[in-house]
Design a protein around this ligand. Structure first.
Ligand SMILES: *Cc1c(COP(=O)(O)O)cnc(C)c1O
Length: 367
């Protein structure tokens, strides 16, 4: 077979290690996974109740139009129903956008390090990725603008950025989009939107009136706690949505996922609670880093990138052997750091205690 040349040495996505795998490998009973920015409080009880009532008619295809979810989401966001596209996770929307716009000979602009799937999909489509290094964890918007040329089709902007946790203030974001040519699609990946507390973060849905070349991506995988069900969505002007729709698989969001997402939207109290607990958790980590003299980026997400000044894989390995799965910064473009998902208060205390032990061990070795 003659596979696309560009996929021959393309590594498959490396997910965070599962708790089961680590338990087996290291003979541990208790493992806390703080690797994939999942919600430590699970999902709303209302979602669980709705799902329990709904496990029936599994032989019937899902509603390909996501009628109820569409209506609920349009109301929640105060947009029209034709401004929404749903995906099997926002990963799926990233794929749909890439398939729709990228071809060999075109290019796409993104920050680096940022979410891996922008480049991954560009590679598959045979397009060139123009990766602009972050500056202090922030998107270098000026250099991203400079990288755009007549063959640029998509610009990816991740705010707050995964893995740095840094967000783009509203005024800077607006001025950036104003300078992107109108025929280039700007994708704002806001997977952590609901966690943001910064006053000058802009609700980008309000920008859709002004910018016809904008799509905002959000997800039920993070604060809504439904990563296993795979629901993400894009919000844009109807022209953008109707261009993308033919590229979407007909039944990409399954029935249970649609039911769960509708109930999840209805329980905003749960979301507010998770947001507040996350903020308190971030403060725990900030204090720890300050005490230990570790560098970190203040985060607007539910994760924090901590620089240990050690090999990230070594920190990862040590923490895993002591019951905590985090993400090594090595594969994320920060080789001396680890990315830690903010867990519950106890989980945070637990992982910090192990981090402290590792630092003590290391300082003894130096002496
Ligand atoms: C987690 C994440 C996603 C993917 O979310 P799914 O909806 O689960 O596919 C997309 N973008 C960023 C930045 C993420 O961190």
């Amino acid at each position: 077979m003659q596979w696309k040349e560009q996929i021959l040495d393309l590594p498959p996505y490396q997910p965070g290690k599962s708790t089961d795998a680590v338990k087996r490998e290291y003979g541990l009973d208790n493992i806390v996974k703080l690797a994939s920015n999942e919600n430590p409080y699970g999902c709303s009880k209302k979602v669980v109740e709705a799902l329990q009532k709904s496990v029936q008619a599994l032989e019937i295809y899902p509603d390909g139009h996501a009628t109820y979810l569409r209506a609920a989401m349009a109301k929640h966001l105060r947009v029209n129903e034709n401004q929404l596209i749903f995906g099997n996770g926002s990963d799926n929307i990233i794929q749909i956008i890439s398939r729709s716009l990228l071809t060999p000979g075109t290019n796409t602009v993104m920050a680096t390090p940022s979410f891996s799937q922008y480049k991954h999909n560009a590679v598959i489509e045979g397009a060139e990725s123009r990766e602009i290094p972050l500056v202090n964890g922030e998107h270098d918007l000026d250099n991203m603008l400079k990288a755009i040329d007549s063959q640029t089709k998509v610009v990816w902007v991740c705010t707050p950025n995964n893995p740095s946790g840094v967000y783009i203030p509203g005024n800077r974001l607006v001025s950036f989009i104003e300078q992107v040519p109108e025929n280039v699609l700007v994708v704002l990946d806001e997977a952590y939107f609901e966690y943001v507390t910064a006053d000058d973060y802009i609700n980008s849905i309000t920008l859709l009136d002004k910018f016809k070349n904008l799509i905002v991506l959000r997800t039920f995988s993070k604060i809504y706690g439904l990563a296993s069900l795979r629901v993400g969505y894009g919000v844009a002007n109807p022209e953008v949505i109707s261009a993308l729709e033919p590229v979407r698989e007909p039944f990409n969001v399954n029935t249970l996922a649609q039911i769960a997402a509708v109930s999840a939207i209805e329980d905003q109290e749960f979301i507010e609670e998770c947001k507040q607990k996350n903020q308190a958790g971030l403060e725990q980590f900030y204090q720890f880093c300050q005490e230990q003299g570790l560098n970190y980026f203040p985060s607007q997400g539910n994760f924090i990138l901590i620089d240990f000044n050690l090999d990230g894989n070594e920190v990862f390995q040590y923490l895993m052997e002591h019951g905590y799965i985090v993400r090594s910064g090595k594969a994320l473009g920060f080789p001396t750091a680890v990315r830690v998902t903010v867990g519950s208060k106890e989980q945070n205390e637990g992982v910090m205690a192990e981090m402290k032990k590792l630092l003590e061990l290391k300082s003894q070795q130096v002496r």
